[in-house]
Structures are given as C-alpha cells and as structure tokens.
Design a binder for this molecule. Sequence first.
Ligand code: ADP
Length: 459
Amino acid sequence: MPDAEFDVVTIGAGGGAYPAALRLARAGLRVLLTDPKGALGGNCLAEGCIPSKTMREMAAHIRLHARLTGDLADVGYDRIVAHKDAVQTARYAQHGRELAAAPLVTLRKAVARFVDRHTLAIDDDMGRTTVKARHIIVASGADVFLPALPGTDLCLTSRDLFRRNPTLTERPASLIIIGGGAIGVETASLFAALGTRVTILQRGPQILAGMDMDMVVALRALLDPGIRIIPDADVTAVERTPHGLRVHYTCAGQALQEEAATVLMAIGRQPVFPEGLGALGVAFDKRGIRVNAAMQTDLPHLYACGDVNGRLPLFHAAVRESLVASHNILAGNTPCDYMDYTAVPVTLFTIPPAAQVGLTGAVAKAGPSIPELLETAYAFCDDARAQMQGDTGGGIHLFFETGNLRLRGGWVVGIDAAQLIGEIGLAVAAGLSAHDLARFPDQHPMAAEGISHAARTLL
Ligand code: ADP
C-alpha cells in the first residue's frame, strides 16, 4: 500500500518541473514535487544561470563604467558575491510565495527513485515513504561532468563559483579554464573583466563548438584580448605547486603545462537519472532520456523535461517543455501540445554577449536540405545606443528565406544581444517576413532599431 497518492509527481523541482506543477494545480490536480534542494529553481538558481549572470551583469557594468570614464571601479569581489547571494535568496523567497499560493502543490525536500511505473520511493530525513502517481515528470536535470584524471579534485567547478556562500571567495590573480564551451567562455569573460589573467584550454580546434561559427568568429574578435585560448589541448593531469596549480596537457603530440592560482573544470554536464529508471522499459542513453515532441518517454504517462532529456539544456527550453507536458497530462496523455525547437534563443553571456536563434548562415551551410537564405546585416558602429555605450563592435545578422522573405533565424554579437534575440526569435516563431519587420517601428534610440533597419535593406 502506498503512503500517499498524487495525480502527478515530479522528480526534481527545477525549470523542467515546477512550471508544469503550477499549471496542473491551477487545473485542480494534486501535484508532489520532490527535490533534495527543498526549493524550486533547480540548478539554474542554485549554481547556474541566475548566479552566473548576476555576477556577469556586475562585471559588464564595471567595464561600461571604465569605458565611459576611464576609471576601473574597484568594486571588490566580496561585494559581487554578496549581490549574487542576495539575488539567489530573493528568488528563493519568491518561489516560496508561489508555492504558498498553490495549495494543491506539495514540495518535499527528498530524493525520489522508481519502484515501478507508477510508484516512487521518496527518501528524506524522516525516512522512506512510497507514493503512487497517475503521471510522472522526470526533471532531474544534469550535473557537472568530471573526468577521471589525476588532480580533478583540485579543480573548482561552476558550483564552487556560483552557489550561495561559494567556495571561491576571492578573485584569483590567474585562472585556467579547462573547456571552451559556453560555461567555460562565459566564465573566462567574467573573470577577465574583473582583472584575472585567464587561459582557456580547449580540446578541439574551436571554442563554442555547435554554435554558428560566423558568430563565434565575430565574438572572438570582441572578447577581452587578454583571454588566451589554447586550442587542441588535451589535459592529462592537474597537480598542486607551491604557488597554485599546474595543468599538464598535450598539444600536437607535445607535452606542455600551464600554471595558475585556480583551475576551473568546465568540460560539460551530464544528465542525472533517477534510480530505478532502467527497469521501467524506457529508452535512454548517456545523452538523455528519449522523448517525443509531446515530451513523453516510451511510456505515455511518463514525461521527461529539461536537461535530463538531453535535447536543449537551457532553462527556458525546460520551462516550455514542462508546460507541453502539463498540457498533455491534462489531455489524458493523448498529445495536444508539442515542443518546437526551431526558434529557441541561445545566448552566450560573454562580455560583449552573443546570441543566435533558428536557421543561421553557418548552420544552413552545414545542412543538406534547407531553403536558400538571404543574409542581411546591421552594424552597431552606426547604432545610436551602441555609440552611447561606447561599445560599437558587432551587429545584427538576419537570415530570410529567398522568395517569401520569411525570417528563419539570426545572430547578434555586441550590445544587448541577449535582449535582441528575443524579438528576433519571436519573429521567427511567428513566421514574420522582411515586410512585417520593416513595417514595425522599432524604438529609437535602442539597438532593436537595427532589426527593422536590416529588414528594410531587402525591400
Ligand atoms: P531542469 O532545468 O532540467 O529542470 P535542473 O538541473 O535545474 O534541471 O534541476 C533538476 C533538479 O532535480 C535539481 O534541483 C536536482 O537536485 C533534482 N534531482 C535530481 N535527481 C533527483 C531525484 N532522484 N529526486 C528528486 N530530485 C532530483
């Protein structure tokens, strides 16, 4: 006999879980959220986007101030960390209020594991209970991937930098980042802006593999020139020295080394699977749990949302996936809503930022059967807001389908990229054309003027 029964149980309480929980409760369903953190927000709030972007925001302001005044403000790393902690605390309180306003949602600070297809064992400080669920959402997220190399334990991870009361409390004079993916390059940019000497050791020839390479080339030209990027570096070991840490690596068959005060391991993240998943008969591999467009696994009542399905590891993608799952649960597991990945914005929160959405030039070149694209651009050197900010590098690139001139994608490098990609993404999702964009009076003097300006060049 189970100890309790719920309409829906979620494993995890991050972006892949709680939007669904709140939606389902609004429709009258009883939902149990389980998460060992005992709070909503998952890793995004605990150690990911929120804290890292808060610190990045402060670093970008310090840089803006320095650019416009010539003075590099000495804010102090402790104050940057204190602000980050305060933002996290405020958001936890906000989530607490959301929960209090949803009496049909219960959150338990616990780890869940599968007993069978409808039964979960829930372990917390009080012991074990068993719950039965008509529907289950697996949203157990992803975790830092640590390689089995000597000295891995000497390295920090993003968790040590960004969690509340982080391990790293002082800005290091020098930092080696192992891994040139989004987390590695964003962190490099953040610390370089604060004055740290940063070196990225990148295994392959290119940083930011998987992003539009034209955008990456444009971004690299604008990143802090102090950031050293060593490509084709295969790290073999990390060891302690009297002054800090030494990283051993091979490059083109040569054994080389680099030293720094601190080393960050940022070679990727891997999905976290709840115990007992393997016995259920759903397909999954090291990349994630297989789902259809309705976010269902091979079992129609069992959904997998967020990083655990390996589709697109971004909080906003997880939120939409979670809502798709909730709608399909309300429809009795007969799908009525589907996830569309064609217009999900992806931003690199570097300084300056870079962002892309949809079908872009470099992606199009690599793909076999996609429409021919017309590219049009707007350079920030002519932009009023960029001039005000003293930051006129980069620009907006839009990609339209030839013939009907429908916007299929775009990328932005430079000021406000993370904001601009939202407007571009919405236009892609809504199927707007160059005519539609050209007719829209984008606000002056904001960088979004460049979107309608670029569209008008085609007409
Ligand atoms: P997403 O954005 O994909 O929802 P996150 O990584 O932000 O992913 O959140 C996933 C959450 O799932 C984390 O807070 C983690 O603590 C939690 N979690 C992982 N495994 C379990 C489990 N077996 N039971 C309950 N919660 C879990």
